[in-house]
Design a protein around this ligand. Structure first.
Ligand code: ATP
Length: 912
């Protein structure tokens, strides 16, 4: 038997264990019963057993989710060992066939295959053996976002602005792909090594059509779920629901706690009906430290009526996000284009005169193999991260440029030994940064050739250095250039340039915005934007073209995404744009974290010592999609990815276990060590984004809602939103809250009418209205009947006969208490202290509830833990639920105290 020893703490603070070597197996390489390879290494003091999975060595546990542990992994290959991955290990035998869990896994894989965006977690590959499915993701080494906020109590405005821009960009991108996340919340956001936001957990993602994004299945977490998901039964607009969640996330970033968390009648928020009644009736309130401009964006986002709610596109144009307008100006399809182009470049033979290519990405001389080349795509933090004290203005704003060749020679990129990632997202990101640099090198060159100084162009311009960044301001125009001549931020400029320079500098006169906070400026303008006025863009410059293609060469380029060129932070001290920032010294230069990804030893227990004879080969990853446009209808589904990822049956070179046949068993062991990479390309149509909120709204208003994708005949048989299919329609029919108008929310009784206590399957066809959580809640709230909502078995409802099971929740005093974890109880019952009814005392009360140094958000999290984990849309009849729940109960072990405590803090919000 293996023993365990605690050897380190993960970045989230939880202790992990490593298997110690078994003396009986020293020097051997075997596959344990748990499906992972254990290999002994004797190179270190005291032998340590290495656990491998496919081509990866398994390290400590990074976290734990619904499907099991997520492990840090790194390549067995020494040439590629700096590449860290997060491997979501899912035991096949914990996934019942056709269960919600299975569907979620397929959803996640199918979605991530199509998504290539720097703020969306990158799927590296999917591996499987007879015991496990391993979803290999790019490692987000910055940790969990909610802990980041907890640590800081709340984010300063520049940081929140930057991260929110990244969130919006990622959400816009997935919406452009025709996918809605439907479970956006702090817990599903991670940070990378440069504190960039990474959206994860696509288990509830769903496809919408190009004409309508109406969906039926309620999913998400109540604290983040839009009201229409909870209190209405009609199809909802998935994108608008995501927007709401983004608003909640932004609120939490800025305020340090969740909105509408101050209902004295519902202090813990565990009464969902009360919570949503409160949300829909109570105006949004802000703490005094949230400034007017972000308040405005929140007010537009957290509107109960989805028809009035702002769109992602408009959020991107909001004044508050102007500091990041360049980054946000990158079209969603450009992320695909860039990534695809870069991938092609990587595998293309080097050009004969690489140094002549303006827009070629500088590669390390040492990079040889394709994988190394990919790894050589470096976001070099030294370019921007060296904090330099502010300096006085110099005589001219733009430093003398170095020639491209000399710049490449002296590029710190060459010298830096670390690689950020070989992920497509990183490649795209790097390409953006490179483009930016090249663009401004060209621009500066032209500027110099013309003999024009920026101060001549802008008599009123003043320049200041902040750190390595030079801030050039001219009235409303703000441009930042770093020491490497890269523009890192530009704010819109409505100024008309002097006539003398108009030929060299494209100028656009923007109409005055109708809305003080929403710019009507055509950010994505195909012609040169005035944002580049500080760097004359001559025709000679444009001849070079860029990686976006000639048609887009003069489009504003994103720069602010660059983790180090977080210019917003840089530019705040003296010249906050548009007066959107407070003056409370909240601006700070936040040093970025070191690249933990490049320092594997900092997170690994030991450097891998691998017997090369034992390295298992894995087919190379292929088939990530970089095509732009929405996913062709039906090409995304919750069905098995191709080639088959079958959670129940091992296929291909994997065989099922048959312990009775010894011969077979040996063969199985041998074969089960073979892994197959299962992610491959799925076709994606290059369809232009046609989705228009207005279409859906028009249809909805006309009383003829667009047929939801899930119920359209052409999708019959496809599992695109099949959890709805499991809803017990009898419950819906009996719900007194089976209304369709959001406005009726405000009239909803907090205590609905009593309902029958037994849930039965309804044989009627499933094309019913979307199931509402509130109706579900109301039903059970009055039924006085114990209910289980076991997410792990498809979140089914069972009858009261199951209430003795610890993992089966029961309804208690206006709350549904369920679990959402397979094998562990995430939600621990907490003693509820008395809550002062006076709202003004809530803060003190809240603080008094907290251990020292915890934040209101942490407090919220504690409270949230009392809430239910429900996925209403997957409600099933009691018979099935009972069967599955009991079966799973047998499969699951009682979690240890430490784990439960960790889970308690980790899972703060329930799902609906
Ligand atoms: N790419 C990653 N990089 C670093 N850590 C990760 C990564 N993916 C997941 N984790 C860690 O593992 C934890 C669980 O991951 P995740 O939430 O995606 O799992 P899950 O099984 O989908 O759980 P759930 O659906 O309940 O959220 C995360 O909270 C995080 O701490």
């Amino acid at each position: 038997m293996m023993s365990t020893e605690t050897h380190r703490h993960t970045y989230y603070g939880g202790p992990t264990t490593t298997e110690t070597p078994n003396s009986n197996h020293t020097g051997s390489n075997h596959m344990s019963a748990n499906g992972l390879n254990h290999r002994n290494s004797s190179s270190h003091k005291g032998r340590r057993r290495q656990v491998t999975f496919g081509p990866y060595i398994i390290g400590p546990t990074l976290g734990e989710g619904e499907f099991g542990k997520v492990k840090l992994g790194w390549s067995k290959s020494k040439s590629d060992e700096s590449k860290n991955v997060a491997i979501k290990l899912i035991r096949r035998d914990t996934i019942p066939k056709s269960s919600e869990k299975e569907v979620k896994i397929y959803r996640e894989i199918n979605a991530l295959k199509h998504l290539t965006h720097p703020n969306i977690v990158t799927l590296e590959e999917v591996l499987q053996n007879s015991k496990y499915i391993g979803i290999v993701l790019h490692y987000a080494s910055g940790g969990e976002f909610y802990k980041y906020i907890q640590k800081k109590r709340r984010l300063k405005e520049p940081a929140a602005c930057r991260l929110f821009a990244q969130l919006i960009s990622g959400v816009h991108y997935m919406h452009h792909k025709g996918l809605a996340h439907r479970d956006l919340k702090l817990e599903n956001l991670l940070l990378d090594e440069h504190e960039n936001l990474i959206i994860t957990d696509f288990g509830f993602v769903n496809e919408f059509s190009s004409k309508s994004d109406l969906m039926k299945t309620s999913c998400g977490s109540p604290c983040y779920a839009a009201p229409e998901l909870v209190v209405t039964t009609t199809a909802y607009q998935a994108r608008k629901a995501d927007v709401w969640s983004c608003g909640v996330i932004l609120y939490a970033m800025l305020a340090g706690y969740l909105p509408w968390d101050d209902d004295p009648d519902n202090p813990d928020g565990d009464d969902i009906a009360k919570l949503y009644n409160y949300i829909t009736k109570t105006p949004l309130k802000f703490p005094e430290y949230v400034n007017p401009v972000p308040r405005d964006i929140l007010r537009r986002t957290l509107i109960s009526d989805p028809a009035k709610r702002i769109t992602v596109q408009l959020i991107e144009k909001h004044q508050w996000l102007h500091p990041h307008s360049l980054f946000l100006s990158l079209k969603p399809e450009d992320w695909d284009t860039k990534a695809k182009a870069e991938i092609n470049n990587i595998f293309r033979p080097p050009p004969s005169q690489p140094s002549q290519s303006r827009y070629s990405r500088p590669h390390s001389n040492s990079s040889v193999s394709s994988s190394e080349k990919r790894n050589s795509l470096i976001i070099d933090s030294t370019l921007h991260l060296q904090p330099v004290p502010p300096q006085e203005s110099q005589s001219h704003a733009i430093a003398k440029p170095s020639s491209p060749s000399s710049d490449l020679r002296s590029s710190p990129i060459k010298r830096v030994n670390h690689s950020r990632s070989n992920s497509a997202a990183s490649i795209a990101l790097q390409a953006v940064v490179d483009s930016e640099r090249e663009f401004f090198q060209a621009s500066q060159s032209n500027l110099q050739n013309s003999g024009i100084q920026p101060t001549e162009l802008f008599p009123n311009a003043r320049a200041q250095n902040y750190g390595s960044t030079r801030l050039i301001t001219h009235n409303n125009s703000t441009s930042l250039m770093n020491r490497n001549s890269m523009i890192v931020e530009v704010s819109p400029n409505k100024e008309v340039l002097p006539q003398s320079t108009s030929s060299a500098i494209p100028v656009m006169n923007y109409p005055a915005p109708r809305d003080p906070y929403l710019s009507n400026s055509p950010i994505r303008n195909p012609i040169p934007s005035p944002k580049f006025v500080a760097a004359p863009f001559t025709s000679s410059t444009s001849q070079h073209g860029n990686k976006f293609g000639s048609s887009q060469q003069s489009r504003p380029r994103p720069t602010s995404y660059h983790p180090i060129s977080s210019s917003y932070m840089d530019m705040q001290p003296s010249n906050p744009p548009n007066n959107s920032l407070n003056n409370n010294n909240e601006f700070s230069y936040i040093p970025k974290t070191t690249n933990s990804n490049t320092n594997p030893d900092s997170t690994r227990t030991s450097s891998p010592e691998v017997n090369s004879n034992n390295i298992e080969t894995s087919p190379s990853l292929s088939g990530r999609n970089f095509q732009s446009g929405i996913i062709r209808r039906g090409s995304f589904s919750a069905s098995k990815p191709t080639p088959t990822v079958d959670l129940n049956n091992a296929e291909g070179d994997l065989i099922k276990t048959d312990a009775e046949d010894h011969k077979n068993l040996k063969q199985q062991r041998r074969k089960s060590r073979r892994y197959s990479t299962v992610i491959l390309d799925n076709s994606i149509a290059t369809v232009h984004e046609e989705t228009e909120d207005s279409v859906a709204l028009k249809d909805a208003k006309s009383g003829k809602p667009t047929e939801p994708l899930e119920s359209s005949p052409e999708h019959a048989g496809k599992v695109v939103d099949n959890d709805f299919e499991k809803v017990d329609v009898q419950v819906r029919a009996q719900s007194p809250l089976n209304k369709t108008d959001v406005k009726l929310l405000q009239k909803l009784p907090v205590q609905p009418q009593p309902q029958p206590s037994v849930v039965r399957a309804d044989p009627r066809p499933k094309k019913e209205k979307r199931f509402s959580l509130l109706s579900f809640y109301s039903y059970y709230n009055n039924s006085k009947t114990s209910v289980s909502s076991d997410s792990s078995s498809g979140r089914k409802i069972s009858t009261s006969s199951q209430k003795t099971n610890e993992r089966i929740p029961s309804v208690k005093s206006n709350s549904i208490q369920t679990r959402n974890v397979s094998g562990s109880s995430r939600h621990q019952e907490q003693p509820k202290p008395r809550v002062p009814s006076n709202a003004s005392n809530r803060t003190n009360y809240r603080n008094s509830m907290l251990p020292p140094k915890t934040t209101p958000l942490a407090d919220t999290s504690v409270n949230r833990m009392n809430r239910a984990s429900v996925m209403v849309s997957s409600v099933k009849d009691g018979t099935d639920s009972s069967k599955n729940t009991n079966r799973e109960h047998k499969e699951q072990r009682e979690p240890g105290t430490a784990k439960r405590v960790f889970d308690f803090f980790k899972r703060r919000s329930m799902r609906i």
